[in-house]
Design a protein around this ligand. Structure first.
Ligand SMILES: [Zn+2]
Length: 309
């Protein structure tokens, strides 16, 4: 069995899966970023021990998916936006040493993409993009079964391609990135800025806005329409650039996908003229809430058993 550790800014999911990606045991804990990297690793190790005991098998290795930027080869964390103060920490080293097994790590979007491709019915597509839309936007490009790497093995930051240079400031320091226009917080920010003063701004979140839109709230509907437009525009760019076989959409915002899909497809049709966009299959992620954890375990299998680089 394979251990999986999915490290995000809010929570860390830990578990063990079998060779087919079925979860045998799982636990989670809040990330508690201010308590530091070492504290988090102690929590992770304790939870993984519990999962291993519970599933009564032998741990062969540990796969890790982590919010980026990370150095997937050395395992060192970069300056991660929502893991402030953890830079230089190395989950790969800590967990491999602690459990005495080989470990492998990827950026969390690449991890989720590998899980979806090999264990989520991706059907071993050769030109495969995975897009996760939640607090941020992450994209993984998988070509011929291998994760596409940039220079020095870096993960390309497609969620930060610029759609509107006069758009809102992004967390990365640039204006009008796809993430600043179409991630969950962008819906909230737009509604706060544009709705009339009398509009009830309390407890706004992407999920709440989607719920209000279904309740025929006019301003929430506008926010949803704008979200669908920018989702479609970013995807149209990806289709023009890669003309992939398949794009799989995941992440928390996509839990309300039914609100966006029609408009999103319309925007894609309008903006993709030179590639066979109608042949690109766009589907929703099938691994659901455990996609990050299952994907993390697949990172290990991909590296050590499939010979993935
Ligand atoms: Zn950005």
């Amino acid at each position: 069995m394979i251990g999986g550790v999915d490290i995000g800014g809010t929570k860390i999911a830990v578990g063990v899966v079998d060779q087919q990606g079925h979860i045998l045991a799982k636990k989670e804990c809040p990330t508690e970023v201010p308590r530091g990297f070492d504290h988090a690793m102690r929590q992770v190790a304790a939870l993984l021990v519990q999962c291993v005991e519970q599933s009564e098998g032998k741990l062969r290795g540990i796969g890790i998916g982590c919010a980026g930027p990370v150095d997937r080869v050395t395992g060192t964390l970069g300056n991660v936006n929502n893991l402030v103060g953890w830079q230089g920490g190395n989950p790969l080293e800590v967990l491999a040493r602690e459990f005495g097994v080989p470990a492998a790590m990827e950026n969390d979007a690449d991890a989720a993409a590998l899980g979806e491709l090999y264990w989520g019915g991706g059907g071993k597509k050769t030109r495969f993009l995975y897009v996760t839309i939640g607090t941020g936007i992450g994209v993984s490009v998988i070509l011929d079964g291998k994760v596409y790497r940039g220079v020095d093995g870096c993960h390309p930051e497609i969620g930060h391609h610029i759609l509107d240079a006069s758009g809102p400031c992004c967390s990365c320091g640039v204006r009008g990135c796809w993430e600043s226009l179409a991630a969950g917080p962008a819906m909230v920010a737009w509604l706060r800025e544009n709705a009339p003063a009398a509009y009830d701004n309390r407890h706004l979140s992407a999920r709440e806005i989607c719920a209000r839109a279904e309740d025929s709230d006019e301003w929430a509907r506008r926010a949803v329409d704008r979200e669908a437009y920018y989702l479609g525009l970013g995807l149209a760019n990806l289709i023009t650039l890669f003309a992939p076989e398949t794009i799989v959409l995941g992440g928390s915002v996509m839990k309300s996908a039914h609100l966006f899909l029609e408009r999103m497809h319309e925007v894609i049709r309008q903006n993709c003229r030179l590639v066979p966009a109608h042949r690109v299959e766009i589907s929703l992620a099938s691994l659901g809430a455990d996609a990050g954890l299952i994907g993390a375990a697949q990172v290990w299998q991909h590296r050590f058993e499939r010979g993935g680089g």
